[in-house]
Design a binder for this molecule. Structure first.
Ligand SMILES: Nc1ncnc2c1ncn2[C@@H]1O[C@H](COP(=O)(O)OP(=O)(O)OP(=O)(O)O)[C@@H](O)[C@H]1O
Length: 419
């Protein structure tokens, strides 16, 4: 059999919306990928998943979950990826474009996926878009690099590694801007779970969780795919009806003692991986950050001078002054992430939740985000919960809470506890 050829594309200066991808998928592959001409290609990416989610929400079409038994949105990130891959493979493609396939997957899942892709690589061609060079699949030896839609490098993986430039260290020189209004929460613990368990049908997801978050704490929440990290957070953010009747303290008040979901939400800055695509309208960087004062997506009110000033100080801190009138949608992924963090922080909420914020970022860019988060932890009174299934490059949490799956649902363990 003719040996299949696999390629990796450096995704740092490369848009998944680029013509190159569109043409490949139409079977009109350009050099050096002309061998894909008229072959059937499919895309394994966050955007494909988002399209299936939209189909479900808007038209009740349940493609990935088959039996319509429950929405794909209730699957954990790892389960969603598994479902998407099975579906795409059932369509018998000649080639698959893999957009950062290992993002959001824990080590066990990564290993499983790697074995599967290795086996499939005997029959299917893979084009892998990568942000971290150490994630390039072991059977891929050809690399392409783009700049403004033109190819600037074609060669072997080793040759590519040899020419990578060391990225400049990002400096956060200024202190974080102050709050305009202070949230008056004097009581500790800010958040408390006491013997909280969560079941879906007959399956226990969380088992007897005890967890206290005090003012100014900096927690990392860890746990493998499907261990219940998102479920635990939705108990705090008010997005999970299962929170009712549980022994939960939210911002010093017992859950169910009269607070509205809105009252809870306005005390939380929440950043999820899906957020960058939520803000795909035409908002400038400045408008995006100011909108954080109003908990709105667009900007519907004329901001006060004080709010504008604070927003601009945040823009300066994250090094985007030259981009303040640029469209948010035109920014790079790490710039978008910094803007979202600044947007959540302008009003210094009592709690900042960052759910896998560095998804799809290169190692150097992960360090930029983690240094911003460390800085916020040091210089503000906001409590932070940073969710990631693995150690994050550069992140210095004071405490780590880990969900450990057992047959009877996940139990919680404190694995780092600094006062
Ligand atoms: N509404 C629901 N109905 C049934 N099962 C659900 C529902 N919501 C979540 N689950 C299941 O609960 C488990 C925990 O999911 P959750 O998204 O909280 O995990 P996670 O730790 O955030 O995973 P990941 O790191 O992959 O995002 C998963 O097996 C998921 O399928």
């Amino acid at each position: 059999m003719e040996q299949q050829k696999h390629w990796a594309i450096d995704g740092s200066n490369f848009s998944m919306e680029s013509n190159f991808i569109k043409q490949m998928l139409k079977g009109e592959g350009k050099a050096p990928l002309t061998f894909l001409k008229n072959k059937k290609g499919l895309l394994f990416s966050k955007s494909t998943l988002t399209n299936f989610i939209k189909e479900e929400v808007q038209h009740n079409i349940f493609t990935l979950t088959n039996k319509n038994e429950r929405s794909i949105t209730t699957y954990s990130s790892g389960e969603q990826k598994k479902a998407l891959l099975s579906y795409l493979l059932s369509k018998n493609p000649d080639f698959l474009i893999l957009d950062n396939p290992f993002d959001l997957l824990d080590q066990a899942f990564q290993k499983e996926l790697l074995l599967k892709l290795k086996e499939l690589s005997k029959h299917i061609t893979f084009i892998q878009i990568f942000k971290r060079v150490d994630t390039v699949l072991p059977f891929i030896n050809n690399v392409l690099q783009f700049k403004e839609e033109s190819i600037v490098f074609t060669g072997t993986l080793n040759a590519y590694k040899a020419q990578i430039k060391v990225e400049q260290n990002f400096k956060l020189n200024k202190t974080i801007p102050p709050a305009i209004n202070i949230f008056k929460i004097t009581k500790n613990p800010l958040i408390e779970f006491k013997n909280v368990s969560v079941n879906y049908a007959s399956k226990t997801i969380l088992n007897n969780i005890y967890w206290q978050i005090n003012k100014g704490d900096f927690w990392q929440l860890m746990g493998p795919n499907g261990s219940g990290k998102t479920t635990l957070l939705t108990m705090v953010t008010g997005d999970n009806p299962k929170a009712y009747g549980k022994n939960l303290i939210l911002f010093g008040q017992k859950k169910g003692s009269g607070e509205s979901v809105w009252e809870v939400k306005q005390k939380i800055g929440y950043i999820t991986p899906a957020m960058t695509s939520l803000f795909n309208g035409r908002y400038t960087v400045e408008q995006m950050i100011i909108s954080g004062f109003y908990d709105s997506i667009g900007l519907y009110k004329q901001p006060t001078i004080a709010k504008k000033k604070i927003a601009n100080e945040w823009i300066e801190l994250i090094g985007l002054t030259a981009h303040k009138t640029s469209w948010f949608s035109a920014l790079s992924e790490e710039q978008k992430c910094m803007v979202l963090i600044a947007r959540s922080m302008v009003k210094h909420p009592p709690l900042l939740i960052l759910d896998e914020p560095t998804q799809g970022l290169s190692d150097a860019n992960v360090s930029i985000i983690t240094s911003l988060v460390n800085k916020i932890a040091q210089e503000s009174e906001t409590s932070i919960i940073y969710v990631s299934h693995q150690q994050e490059k550069g992140l210095i949490p004071k405490n780590i809470y880990k969900l450990v799956p057992t047959e009877n649902g996940s139990i919680g363990e404190i694995i780092l506890n600094n006062k």
